[in-house]
Design a binder for this molecule. Structure first.
Ligand SMILES: [Fe+2]
Length: 168
């Protein structure tokens, strides 16, 4: 019997999730992430490495068929994303530390987006965003580095350019 690593198990679950009917995708991705969060520490040190001046994205696994990519993001103290929406579905798990997610709505007429509410997302928190119209910002205001895992529904070559729709 071959022992699978937590990452290999996650990949196997995600391969099944993206092959399942579209309406089953959110639950399948979320349960795959839940299983991975229950598997202890498995990201490498490099995959959790923050930069001093900006949040840092590490590609953990890119599906060879370009159906999804697993990314880890390391958030140093005080670092945050721009306000953005997504061009694709996205599943998120907090791997370590605590992040703050703030949701925004468009205020129209070139006005800056309006903050709706903020949620504290602690280690182990899972979320799935199938809604391409919403916008959010993720920030780490705590003293420790936070690491989140993101599953995006695009291939690895498109992660930098085809995931985020930056609003401000
Ligand atoms: Fe996002």
């Amino acid at each position: 019997m071959t022992m699978q690593s937590p990452l290999q198990q996650l990949v196997q679950r995600l391969d099944a999730a993206v092959a399942s009917p579209r309406q089953k995708l959110p639950a399948a991705v979320t349960s795959a992430l839940a299983e991975a969060m229950g598997a202890g520490e498995w990201l490498t040190a490099e995959q959790q490495r923050p930069s001093h001046d900006h949040y840092t994205r590490h590609v953990v696994y890119a599906d060879p068929e370009d159906r999804y990519t697993i990314v880890s993001i390391a958030w140093g103290t005080g670092q945050q994303s721009p306000i953005h929406g997504h061009h694709t579905w996205c599943g998120v798990a907090v791997y370590s530390g605590t992040i703050i997610e703030t949701l925004y709505e468009s205020a129209g007429n070139n006005a800056p987006p309006r903050a709706l509410r903020s949620m504290v997302r602690e280690k182990g928190t899972l979320s799935f965003d199938a809604d391409l119209t919403g916008a959010h910002r993720i920030a780490n205001t705590a003293r420790d580095v936070a690491v989140s895992i993101h599953i995006y529904g695009v291939g690895g070559a498109r992660i930098a350019t085809n995931v985020n729709r930056v609003l401000g």
